[in-house]
Ligand binder design. Structure first.
Ligand code: OOG
Ligand code: MG
Length: 259
C-alpha cells in the first residue's frame, strides 16, 4: 500500500496538539522509505504553515557520534524550524511538550541564500552572518522517545523549540572545529565536545543540509537560523531544570524548564 503522507502528518500533529506519545509509524506500516519519511515531514510542515506559522530556519540532527549512539540511529537527518519554535534564552514553557530533552547547538545565522548541489564548508562560512550558541529542546512524539531513522525524519527530527543565545561571532573569527562547548544540567557537566564532533566540521554539516535541500528543489534562505546538530547527549528538561551550554567565544546560553 502506498504511504498516505497527509494521514501520517496529521497523526503526528495530533500527538503534539494532544500532548501525548504516539506509536512509531514503522510499527504500523509494511515499509517506510526515507523518501516517504521526508514527504510526511513536508506534509507536517504544510499543516503548521497552514495554521499561520512561518519558517525560521532548518536543522540537522544526529551529526555527532554522541547523539547517534544515544538514539541508536547512525545517519544524519534534516528538519525544519517553524518561527513559533524559536525562543531567546530564559524560561521554556513545558506545558505544551510531551517529554522534552535539551541539547547544545551551534546556530548559523545566514546572510545569504545557500542552494545545493555543490555547496562546501567554505561557501557556508561565506553565506553566514554570525554563529551563535543555542540550546535545542527536542520532543520526539514517539513512545519512550524511541524511533527508527524514517520515523524520526517524519517527525521533523524531534524539533520542538530552540533557545538562541544573544552573543554572535563572525564565522571566520573563530575556528568552529576547535570551538569547545560544555553542557551543564543543574550545575553538573554532562558532556563536553568541540565543533569537530559534528562530522568533523559544523560548517560541512550545514553544507550537507544545503545539498540535501537542493535535491528537493529547496534552499537555505538569508535570515534563517540553521542548527548543525548536538555535539553531546541530550538531557531531560523538567520543571526547574537549569541547562547551560558554555561555548568558547560565544559565552553561555541558559534555559530553565517551567511548567
Ligand atoms: C533526533 C533529533 C536529533 C540532534 O541535534 O542530534 C537532533 C532526536 O535525538 O530525537 O536534533
Ligand atoms: Mg538537535
Amino acid at each position: 500500500m502506498p504511504i498516505d503522507h497527509s494521514f501520517w502528518a496529521r497523526y503526528l500533529l495530533d500527538g503534539v496538539d494532544q500532548r501525548r506519545e504516539v506509536t512509531a509509524i514503522t510499527a504500523q506500516v509494511d515499509e517506510l522509505s526515507i523518501d516517504d519519511a521526508y514527504a510526511i515531514q513536508a506534509a507536517l510542515l504544510e499543516l503548521q504553515l497552514g495554521r499561520g506559522d512561518t519558517l525560521a530556519g532548518a536543522k540537522l540532527g544526529l551529526t555527532s557520534a554522541a547523539k547517534q549512539q544515544q538514539m541508536g540511529v547512525n545517519e544524519p537527518v534534516y528538519g525544519w524550524l517553524p518561527a513559533s519554535s524559536v525562543l531567546w534564552d530564559g524560561y521554556v514553557d513545558l506545558s505544551g511538550l510531551i517529554h522534552p530533552r535539551c541539547e547544545p547547538e551551534i546556530v548559523f545565522v545566514l546572510a545569504e541564500d545557500l542552494a545545493g548541489p555543490g555547496v562546501r564548508a567554505g561557501d557556508v562560512l561565506d553565506a553566514t552572518d554570525t554563529v551563535v550558541g543555542g540550546i535545542e529542546i527536542i520532543d520526539s512524539r514517539y513512545e519512550a522517545f524511541s524511533f527508527t531513522l524514517p520515523d524520526v525524519i517524519a517527525d521533523n527530527t524531534s524539533a520542538a523549540r530552540v533557545a538562541v543565545g544573544a552573543v554572535g561571532i563572525g564565522p571566520r573569527d573563530v575556528d568552529l572545529k576547535t570551538m569547545g562547548c560544555e553542557f551543564e544540567i543543574d550545575g553538573e557537566v554532562t558532556g563536553t565536545a568541540t565543533g569537530a564532533a559534528l562530522l568533523g566540521d559544523p560548517a560541512a554539516c550545514v553544507a550537507m543540509l544545503a545539498n540535501h535541500l537542493g535535491k528537493h528543489g529547496q534552499k537555505l534562505r538569508a535570515g534563517w537560523l540553521v542548527l548543525a546538530g548536538a555535539a553531546t547527549d541530550a538531557q531531560p528538561l523538567n520543571d526547574g531544570t537549569v541547562a547551560t551550554a558554555r561555548y568558547d567565544h560565544l559565552g553561555p546560553v541558559t534555559i530553565t524548564g517551567k511548567v
